[in-house]
Design a protein around this ligand. Structure first.
Ligand SMILES: [Zn+2]
Ligand SMILES: [Zn+2]
Length: 338
């Protein structure tokens, strides 16, 4: 079968002699329909970090069940599904406390440490499979996983109905965080983003105001010079983290979602105690949040479709990685049609 394989820094290739998997007793075989290209994949492509070499890419995918293992009772051939790509151990300190995203195996997931869904077929454990309703398209299905990261961030932040928030970055994660905040009853959401077409998207999808990063201080004016109750850093670079610490109200909460691999010098950290700031990081999500995110898209509370800027073929994946790693470009979420 054919699939996109991550090799190393700046090396993503298409192979057409990959072995088609056969489902073990507790597995199902899925014929993949759509698979998203994730920002973390692009980050790995740029730096050579995070992903294991020689694995099939793809952890944001939808498809149809074409075979079921002998022990699988709840799933049938022909069902339309999406897959929670995380593979926690299920036994460690964290897993037994329903914090599977902090599992001792940490980053263990399809498409990052095990073969993923950017291929014609993938074998997955039946308990990772979630059915999608007829009203949900396969393209929307591929948006469930990125949304789950944002829903988890919003949940963990502890934000309450009626509070306000600022969101740094209006790429896939930023735009989904804006929508998750809106669904959570957040009254005013300020997006901070330099790129004009992304600014427009942020307004379209629920931001009440949008600002260029150079003018992020305008958010302070919009909040009676107090600063927002919550900030979500969906970029995670030194500039956005330092701006967040500057902008947040005293006693406010900063939630960092964006991942920055390179080391950097940090200034202004003393503001964290001086302003009584809660600074929190979130990584991935728990299994319950995956289903909640699916429901938010199914219930039309979150628009995944609006984020899709290109649909490409498997053969175009290497060129698209090159493009995404070298901005500026006009892409938000790119899906691969298998
Ligand atoms: Zn991802
Ligand atoms: Zn575990």
């Amino acid at each position: 079968m054919k699939g996109a394989v991550y090799l190393d820094k700046e090396k993503v290739i298409i192979k057409d002699d990959l072995e088609k998997p056969t489902p073990a007793a507790d597995d199902v075989l899925i014929k993949v329909k759509y698979c998203g290209i994730c920002g973390s994949g692009v980050e790995s492509y740029k730096t050579g970090g995070m992903y294991l070499p020689n694995i099939i890419l793809g952890h944001e995918f939808s498809g149809e069940i074409v075979e079921v293992g002998e022990n699988v009772r709840k799933l049938k051939v022909g069902q339309r599904v999406v897959v929670d790509p995380n593979v926690p151990c299920g036994e460690c300190y964290w897993c037994t406390r329903y914090k599977e995203n902090m599992c001792k195996l940490s980053n263990n997931a399809l498409g990052t440490t095990q073969n993923g869904g950017m291929a014609e077929f993938i074998n997955v454990r039946a308990d990772h499979v979630h059915l999608i309703p007829d009203s949900m398209t396969f393209q929307e299905g591929a948006c469930v996983e990125p949304l789950a990261n944002c829903v988890y961030a919003v949940q963990e932040s502890g934000i309450k109905i009626g509070e306000n928030a600022a969101v740094f970055g209006a790429g896939t994660i930023g735009l989904m965080t804006i929508q998750a905040l809106k669904a959570a009853g957040v009254s005013r959401i300020f997006a901070i983003e330099p790129v004009e077409f992304k600014q427009k998207k942020a307004l379209e999808l629920g931001a009440t105001g949008v600002f260029h990063p150079k003018q992020y201080n305008k958010v302070a004016r919009m909040t009676d010079k107090i600063g927002p109750d919550h900030i979500f850093d969906c970029v995670g670079i030194p500039e956005t983290l330092m701006a967040s610490i500057n902008l947040i109200k005293k006693g406010g909460h900063i939630t960092v979602i964006g991942i920055h691999i390179e080391p950097f010098e940090m200034r202004g950290l003393m503001q964290v105690p001086l302003k009584n700031i809660t600074l929190r990081g979130v990584f991935s999500f728990t299994p319950d949040v995956f289903q909640a995110s699916l429901d938010l898209i199914a219930g039309k509370q979150v628009n995944g479709q609006a984020l899709i800027t290109s649909i490409i073929k498997l053969d175009d994946v290497p060129d698209m990685f090159k493009k995404l790693a070298n901005p500026p470009h006009e892409e938000i979420k790119v899906l691969v049609e298998i």
